[in-house]
Design a protein around this ligand. Structure first.
Ligand SMILES: CC(C)(COP(=O)(O)OP(=O)(O)OC[C@H]1O[C@@H](n2cnc3c(N)ncnc32)[C@H](O)[C@@H]1OP(=O)(O)O)[C@@H](O)C(=O)NCCC(=O)NCCS
Length: 180
């Protein structure tokens, strides 16, 4: 488990599925994520089983985000190894319960997973994609030292129009020099 002040990160269990399914198919959430089509209980159970295999094989590390105070499971975060030689990883985060947006938990979770990526997994850099319709996520990444490196112009169709996808990354050196 990875402990922060207000949240902690832990591996997922099949018993997490009911809480996840309360929110996972909400349109408000899906607009910010890659998969916009609805997903079933069975698909989510399969996804969790898959996270165990991926972790065992060293391909990807998925954590549930939980509140320290109540243990409520509010989101997921992942670091996926993209290149074992260059030590590049891809980061993902989703606080699926909107009641817990804008309370600093995302910033804290990204901080924990970045620390894990650089100090435990020994990644050299971490990268991610964020959609132009998501200034809150962009701000969160920026607060944690991510820099914008590029744009996939009009690469995503959302709500009847094409929007941009921004590419962001951070190196281990930048992370170590960050005063947060
Ligand atoms: C994106 C996400 C992880 C952010 O976590 P969070 O806990 O909600 O965010 P935090 O409270 O830690 O920080 C939000 C920051 O964005 C700012 N913000 C919020 N809405 C904003 C907006 N519309 N425009 C600009 N900044 C905004 C907040 O003021 C805060 O910055 P500050 O601390 O400088 O004031 C979370 O909201 C989430 O999971 N959303 C749904 C899924 C998603 O978007 N995932 C990311 C896909 S790339």
């Amino acid at each position: 488990m990875l402990f922060g002040q207000n949240i902690y990160l832990r591996g997922l269990e099949l018993s997490d599925v009911p809480e996840l399914m309360k929110h996972w198919n909400n349109r408000e959430l899906k607009q910010f994520l890659n998969k916009i089509t609805p997903q079933s209980i069975q698909e989510e159970e399969q996804w969790i089983r898959n996270t165990w295999n991926e972790r065992k094989n060293g391909n990807s590390y998925v954590f549930g985000i939980c509140l320290v105070e109540t243990d409520l499971y509010i989101g997921n975060s992942e670091v996926r190894i993209l290149d074992t030689i260059s030590r590049r990883g891809n980061l993902g985060i989703s606080i699926f319960n909107p009641d817990y947006w804008n309370k600093g938990y995302g910033t804290e979770a990204i901080r924990l997973i970045l620390d894990y990526s650089f100090t435990t997994l020994n990644l050299h850099s971490a990268e991610l994609e964020v959609f132009s319709n998501n200034p809150r996520a962009q701000r969160c990444y920026e607060k944690n030292g991510f820099k914008k490196t590029g744009v996939r112009r009009e690469a995503l169709f959302r709500d009847g129009k094409y929007i941009d996808i921004f590419l962001l990354d951070i190196t281990k050196k930048e992370w170590n020099n960050l005063n947060i």
